[in-house]
Write a protein that binds this ligand. Sequence first.
Ligand code: ZN
Length: 354
Amino acid sequence: MKKRRKTIRPEAIALLAILLCTVVICLIIVIKKDPVSPMTDPTGESPVTGAQTSGQEAVPVITAPEEISVRAVTGGAWEQDDPQDLLALASAADETGKSYPVTLEGEYDLSKAGVYALSYVITDNHGSRIEKALRLTVLASPFAADGTLIDGEYITDNGHSLAIKGGLAYVDGYLLVNKSYSVPEGFSSTGDCTRSMVPEVMEAFQRMRNAAPASIRANITIRSGVRNIADQTVIFNNYVRNDGLENALTYSARPRYSEHHTGLAMDILTSSAEESKQPATAAVLDWLNKNAWKYGFIQRYPENKTEETGYIYEPWHYRYVGTELAEALYNNGDWITMETYFGVDSFYHTAYSS
Ligand SMILES: [Zn+2]
């Protein structure tokens, strides 16, 4: 029987070897050309397009905000951090680092509330326009040029509603008194100068007092409740006389700017920083700090919040706001100030005259 033997010719082996080498070389070239696939780009940036496809052409890009909100400027009395030099917020450059002059097109008026559609514009190397839209919102200001309040409806810096009615400020319906928002001349919380707390506040205060452990309860007393404007004038002037105006302003309100006018605020047990550190007093203040929110009271001037409230730490000063807001501001023990929560400031917009 004839046996057919399959033999592999040397030519075939050589061909196979050449083929294999070609595949390997091709693979190496592909990997070298694209060491990092765009899908796994560690920088997270999408692959550059456009700028590289047009030969050596560099495409300038405008870097600028798309949206800005500023408060209307009223006679320079509004001391704001809001950016007013809109051009300074924009720049333009291409990837070679060359920068391009930016202009701002469109009309706007920083003293008039409204929404303005503007454009940052640059001209590229071929004289073509490149633009980027800017939506500028100028919010109405509740302050007149002399810093006094103007009755009306406003929006706060973080979008809460602010109403000035009869010279009183209400944010989402909550009466607000601080260095920016005063009570009007002749104001009295009850209308008859009886110097009594608002009844709802007294009821909440009694509930809180009854809930406290016996050792604390007897010491939950109102050291200072309602003060009328005349009271505050005497108190403030005394501080100024003894401690100087600058110091007095850090802990005492100018007449018409004290929360004590409202019948919603009280100093409990003490009004003194020194006294508040004594163990018996500190124990009461500590209980209040942890529990007052359950009865609708907030610590109005918490520690390390002077920049927000305008006042130094006053662990004795409580303000009634109701349980809903009190719980939000208590924030599990990390107090949020009314100013930060509502997006309002606290500094004197009006000049002081004794
Ligand atoms: Zn007080």
